[in-house]
Design a protein around this ligand. Structure first.
Ligand SMILES: [Zn+2]
Length: 317
């Protein structure tokens, strides 16, 4: 799909969203299907035989075998939420259909909740995206570049360098050069860190192209082919080089997508999740009409994370 087809595809319109997810009952039903697509299975023993009852306006499933009682949100990222599911679905819709990352402040305004609540919802959903994307491996021809974000706060140049984040951006391209998939991860630019990242993010059969930075020697022996390209000095040279056209486009989109976020005082602490948000959307950009349903399914399969853990910025599943 060409870039303009990606931009002009239908997506999930606000009208369709409202039709499908306007009420608590509709969101609940959608979550039930997402969590148990082949029907209920007990989270404790796996048995499918069950009965259902309602207590304090909540739907419960009770396993016939082990008597375990559960709701559709228990054991998922939505566990113990006091918010209606309709709010969660609006948040997921905004975060998947938006071109750029959605700030907690925007969510607060759209949802009519407190800032703290919006922040926590957003970061729980980012956790879902980060865990999904953490398993992704790029293969084939892969352009890699090093980049930095953050570290400058408006009006205070040079300050906040502790907020600066170094990360790697990789783009898998198709035979005709189109960008297909991306990975963006915070790493230190050392040879060992590059090797560790390559083993996690790239298939052994990948063919990697990067500039000739010393740390990128960490690719040698870990991928099928590694071609360092000497591009001259300075960022301009890398940006202008045709071998890095795709990764540079993705990098420039990334900077736009999170520009509202990376001046944030705690950007560095949560950078992994902000990168995952861009990566998640980019890798699903060919099918904007199903991206919400897929996020709902992923959220239903992601285990709960209490607020304290979310604030620690732990990403690993
Ligand atoms: Zn059971």
């Amino acid at each position: 799909m060409a870039i303009n087809q990606v931009q002009f595809q239908k997506g999930l319109s606000m009208a369709e969203f409202i039709e499908r997810y306007a009420t608590e009952a509709k969101c609940h039903a959608a979550l039930v299907v997402a969590r148990w697509p082949r029907g209920f299975a007990c989270p404790c023993c796996g048995d499918e035989r069950h009965s259902m009852f309602v207590r304090e306006e909540r739907q419960y499933w009770q396993c016939h075998r082990c008597r375990h009682q559960t709701t559709v949100t228990a054991g998922t990222i939505f566990e113990a939420t006091k918010l209606p599911l309709t709010r969660w679905f609006i948040a997921m819709h905004l975060m998947t259909q938006a071109k750029n990352n959605v700030s907690a402040l925007e969510l607060k305004r759209h949802l009519g909740v407190r800032y703290k609540t919006a922040w926590l919802m957003k970061h729980k959903l980012l956790q879902v995206m980060a865990e999904r994307e953490d398993r992704r491996m790029l293969d084939g021809r892969v352009e890699v570049d090093d980049a930095y974000l953050g570290g400058e706060r408006p009006g205070r140049r040079g300050r906040g360098s502790e907020n600066k984040v170094s990360f790697v951006v990789a783009v898998q391209t198709a035979d005709d050069g189109r960008p297909m998939l991306t990975r963006m991860n915070r790493i230190a630019f050392t040879k060992d860190a590059v090797t560790d990242w390559a083993n996690k993010a790239l298939a052994g059969s990948a063919r990697v192209i990067s500039d000739a930075l010393n740390c990128f020697d960490g690719f040698r022996g870990n991928v099928a082919d590694y071609q360092p390209v000497v591009v001259g000095s300075g960022r301009q040279a890398v940006t202008a080089h045709p071998e890095f056209r795709r990764v540079n486009t993705v990098l420039s989109n990334l900077k736009t997508a999170i520009s509202g976020t990376y001046h944030h005082f705690k950007f560095a602490k949560y950078a992994d999740r902000y990168l995952a948000e861009v990566q998640y959307r980019f890798n699903r950009r060919f099918d904007l009409s199903s991206i919400l349903a897929r996020l709902v399914r992923a959220a239903a399969l992601t285990r709960p994370r209490p607020e304290a853990v979310i604030r620690l910025a732990e990403v690993g599943g």
